[in-house]
Design a protein around this ligand. Structure first.
Ligand code: XMP
Length: 308
């Protein structure tokens, strides 16, 4: 059993000793690991830490604001709005792996630009034990990251020896809100892999609104405690509907709610029908572009959790 308070005290000392008067940056995603690493380092070095939060326009409703509100008074928090850049790079791309590749490259490009401006010597990362144990099998305590144009950053990984549950304990002890410490996993490419086919701002907005309705009800009912992930997928199928006395042609969305321990396998639990009806009705009532809501019933395997 880890002594959380002792871990925090020792980590703060170590970070102070290592960093001295230098500047540190982190690519803060708002996920559990990078948020806890940020909160820990900010206790040690305060405003010497700059967090770069890249809004790629593929985030969920209210997500950027939530992360900003959590950190903006503690550190130098920089929200980089790169939505137009990402959307332009993704225009017309339908292949999921191509989408991932474009988003990954774009992310490095944007982050590198910001890293240079910051004058930082160190890069803080939220790496945790399972991230390196399977891939490396050995401990590399000192290493550098060389960005594509030759900028070298020394890496600091204060959570390197921790597992997820320990990371959450540290986050809670540091006062991070439950909405961050117990956040459901969200893929790096964000809504780009939940808007099937080509990406447009309009489709992202439709997906975001429907997803926010599902999220609100899942959390109000307390169903999230038993779920690994819950989200709405916007398909690229348009289906006929009727609104008022007019026939309408709108989007088909899919509700995906799964249980899992490690994302290697997943299952769809029993979900109360009245709950599903309520969410479905609220989605079609509030998001006029959607004419049909369906439910995904497939476990992993054979399906994956995400649709792309
Ligand atoms: P799948 O869809 O493969 O997803 O069953 C397993 C877990 O991984 C997440 N996921 C991703 N996370 N970048 C990420 O950071 C990605 O490209 C990506 N694709 C899937 C997914 O949300 C699930 O938790």
């Amino acid at each position: 059993m880890m002594d959380t308070k002792q871990f925090i005290e020792e980590s703060i000392e170590n970070i102070k000793n290592e960093v001295q008067d230098e500047k540190v940056i982190i690519a803060l995603s708002g996920g559990v690991d990078s948020s806890v690493a940020t909160a820990l380092a900010s206790e040690a070095i305060g405003h010497q830490l700059e967090a770069i939060f890249v809004d790629h326009g593929l985030l969920r409703k209210g997500e950027a604001e939530e992360v900003e509100n959590t950190f903006k008074d503690k550190i130098n928090f920089k929200l980089v709005n790169a939505e137009d850049e990402f959307i332009a790079a993704l225009a017309g791309v339908t292949d999921p792996e191509k989408k991932r590749e474009i988003i990954g490259h774009k992310f490095i490009e944007v982050f590198e630009r910001e890293a240079k401006k910051s004058g930082a010597k160190y890069l803080l990362q939220g790496t945790i034990a399972p991230d390196w144990i399977e891939s490396e099998g050995n401990i590399k305590s000192h290493h550098n990251l060389t960005l594509p144009d030759g900028l070298v950053l020394e890496i600091i990984e204060p959570l390197r020896e921790l597992y997820k549950d320990e990371v959450r304990e540290v986050g809670t002890e540091l006062g991070l809100p439950d909405s961050i410490v117990h956040r459901q996993p969200f893929p790096g490419p964000g809504l780009a892999v939940r808007v099937l086919g080509d990406i447009t701002k309009e489709k992202l907005e439709i997906c975001r609104e429907a997803n926010a309705i599902l999220n609100k009800h899942v959390e109000e009912e307390g169903l999230h405690k038993d779920l690994w992930q819950y989200f709405v997928v916007l398909t690229d199928s348009k289906v006929t509907g009727v609104k008022g006395d007019q026939r309408d042609f709108g989007y088909l969305v899919v509700i995906r709610m799964v249980q899992s321990f490690d994302a290697m396998t997943a299952n769809v639990p029993d979900i109360p029908w009245p709950f599903l009806h309520k969410v479905s009705q609220e989605i079609t009532a509030n998001v006029p572009e959607i004419t049909h809501v369906s439910l995904s019933l497939s476990n992993k395997p054979p399906s994956t959790i995400e649709f792309e």
